[in-house]
Design a protein around this ligand. Structure first.
Ligand SMILES: NC(=O)c1ccc[n+]([C@@H]2O[C@H](COP(=O)([O-])OP(=O)(O)OC[C@H]3O[C@@H](n4cnc5c(N)ncnc54)[C@H](OP(=O)(O)O)[C@@H]3O)[C@@H](O)[C@H]2O)c1
Length: 351
């Protein structure tokens, strides 16, 4: 990136010097880089972190350690790791830097593409659902963008916690994916009002927890079907619309609105992030969570991939494999359900 703008306008594939790891850093050969919605914001220069130009975007990756910087302990060349990239040397490159303190061993049961989006997808979900919303077994969880990146993780984590999961998605294809992820009830927002469905399937009680990466009407309408003592987790604003909360409504209906900024836990409470990662690694080993990878692409496809992601036209996670000769083949859809369960379809796709 030599200037800010829409990914398809400003991203260039260029040869640049290989970065050198500084104190506490790892140089990794990128095996797979995950695309996250904030990568598009990074390109636009509108993300909360604004790296100096020029920089390589790409917030997280699975990579092989090739060199360690001064003071690094616990990692050695050859280790397969996952972690957040240390900007400006982001993950959309053949080589990237990671802070060793923000890196973890890649979960053994996952291939490189599956491991790449593991941290943001599930750490966000875990902190949102467990640390903030205190989701309990038997509760009803409403997940917006349930076939998207963080949404797909929340569906799996909700099922793993014993909640009944209602997933809201845009379109039939995503509805099928949300079903495969384990959602008990799937609502196609293009054809069906989720508020009506939530009220119907909960006998008028409403959803105990709402996980909302979309904002706008998804948030506003969620307040119409939140249960007594319900919790709405504000995860993001993929719709581009940052809604205002009517606090008198929160008071009258007695629900909580919980802001979540997962990245701050890395900074303020790394011990909690480490404990969470151990738990998530256990959930993978138990077969309860597994990233939904829908596209494995070469690096040259990154501008188009990020454009489609920002427009809401991708599902699950798309990943870029800079060095893989196999990348660029038609997408291989991972279709392992998190937990087998009965799926109820709502909306046109199920009729
Ligand atoms: N709070 C945190 O710590 C944290 C951490 C990670 C990510 N996030 C945020 O979570 C959000 C989702 O990130 P992600 O990477 O997982 O993306 P994503 O869910 O894969 O993509 C966004 C999804 O939002 C839905 N959407 C609804 N209206 C949309 C619109 N007008 N434009 C685009 N998408 C729309 C689409 O799904 P449907 O069509 O199925 O509705 C789309 O697929 C982002 O806002 C991101 O910044 C927050």
């Amino acid at each position: 990136m030599t200037r800010y703008g829409e990914p398809e306008d400003v991203m260039e594939l260029a040869d640049v010097p290989r970065p050198a790891p500084g104190p506490g850093q790892l140089l990794v050969r990128v095996l797979a880089a995950a695309a996250n919605f904030p990568d598009a914001l990074l390109c636009r220069g509108s993300y909360q972190v604004r790296p100096p130009l020029p920089f390589s975007p790409g917030l997280e990756a699975c990579g092989e350690v090739t060199e360690t910087g001064p003071g690094v302990t616990g990692f050695a060349p050859g280790d397969r790791v996952i972690g957040g990239a240390a900007l400006p040397f982001g993950a959309l490159a053949e080589y990237a830097l990671m802070d060793a303190a923000r890196a973890f061993p890649a979960p053994p049961g996952l291939d490189d593409a599956e491991a790449a989006p593991f941290i943001v997808t599930y750490q966000t979900g875990w902190f949102g659902l467990h640390r903030k919303a205190r989701l309990r077994e038997g509760e009803t969880l409403l997940v917006h963008a349930a076939a998207g990146g963080v949404g797909s993780g929340a569906v799996q984590l909700g099922r793993a916690a014993g909640a009944r999961v209602i997933g809201v998605v845009g379109g039939q294809e995503k509805a099928r994916l949300a079903e495969r992820l384990g959602a008990d009830v799937v609502v196609d927002r293009y054809t069906t009002d989720f508020v009506t469905v939530v009220k119907e399937v909960t006998g008028g009680k409403g959803a105990d927890v709402v996980y909302d990466p979309v904002g706008g009407d998804s948030f506003r309408r969620s307040t119409k079907c939140i249960a007594f003592e319900g919790r709405i987790v504000v995860v993001g604003f993929a719709s581009g619309d940052i809604p205002s909360a009517a606090l008198n409504h929160a008071l009258v209906k007695n629900y909580d609105i919980l802001g979540l900024h997962w990245g701050l836990y890395e900074e303020r409470n790394p011990a909690a992030v480490i404990a969470c990662q151990a738990e998530l690694t256990g959930l993978v080993a138990a077969g309860l969570i597994r990233p939904l990878i829908t596209e494995r692409l070469p690096l040259a496809d990154a501008p188009d991939g990020l454009r489609r992601l920002a427009a809401g036209r991708t599902a699950g996670r798309i990943v870029f494999e800079p060095l893989s000769p196999a990348a660029g083949r038609p997408a291989e859809l991972v279709q392992r359900p998190a937990v087998p369960g009965r799926v109820e379809r709502r909306g046109q796709h199920g009729e």
